[in-house]
Design a protein around this ligand. Sequence first.
Ligand code: SAH
Length: 352
Amino acid sequence: MALIDFRSCTEAELADYLAGLGQPQFRANQLFRWLQSGVGDFEEMTNLPKGLRGQMRRDGYLAGAEIVKRQTSRLDETVKYVFRLRDGALIESVKMQYKHGTTLCISTQVGCNMRCSFCASGLNGKARDLSASEMLAQIFAAQKDSGQRISGVVLMGMGEPLDNLDNTVRFLQLVSNEQGLNIGLRHISVSTCGVVPGILKLAEYKFPITLSVSLHAPEDALRSRLMPVNQKWGLKELLEACKAYQAATTRRISFEYAMIRNVNDSDACARMLASCLKGILSHVNLIPANPVVEHKFVRSDNARVKAFAARLEALGINATIRRTLGADIDASCGQLRRRIEAERGNCDANLQ
Ligand code: SAH
């Protein structure tokens, strides 16, 4: 029988498991609270009988994330973590300090299948999906290491959350549980490259999260070149899905736009982008593209980014220029993990 991933379980699922062992019903809540407090060992669950703790150790495990590397930015307070999971896979998280709190950017997969042309995460494809518990474990580990409470989460690390929808939904339900980390869904963003069926499915849950869509190009030919996912679900379909998502959730949608010099940063692109977003309550985040050694592209300079933002504003589109945090610590998607694996000479070892 497969081992039980206890930390991914809902209280109801734990109740079923415990009932099977003939345990009284109230134990389910005790166990759920322990699991969602980030406890690292069954022996710490001191109000559960010793026999039960032993049984659980035989039946399953507590997912954790072990810090392999921590890099702190000298430019700001950004911290990048590389974590090792139970099977040795490496993933990354980034902790960012804002005036209103501390946000953790977490990974949702080991690697990524989406192969965006500017991104480091997908260079070797996807090794596997993360479980909900492995998403939670990144938060527990960062909190323990920093002594800070994580008050916001963005699913913008390695991986495509909507290519791992069931675990992502389970994570959202657990992380916002009042008896657990209790991070409000309004403080959580889920970022997608445009997996249309996933957007439509996520809409059904009506979570008050922020959906963040990585657009990066305002027309199909360019977008298909930059983001292969666009060959499957083109812009029209994607924007229709965004409208349906908005109708279902009444939430404003964020659109990410990484600015690449002479590729997607012209005034004509700004005009096309504005017409794409007509009729959608939106917010555009402009990000000067982060250089990735394996890819040949150059970020737009600050003057171009500002001019592009001004053009959008003039066309009635809400836009902000994203501050780049942690630029000195490989803080963008997949970069640090890649560096570590390359140093070890096993860049592909975890991706078989
Ligand atoms: N797969 C999801 C979430 C992870 S990527 C998605 O595509 O949205 C998080 C964000 O970082 C996305 O907007 C992605 O397009 C962007 N990104 C990846 N590499 C980048 C780079 N080199 N420079 C700027 N943004 C990048």
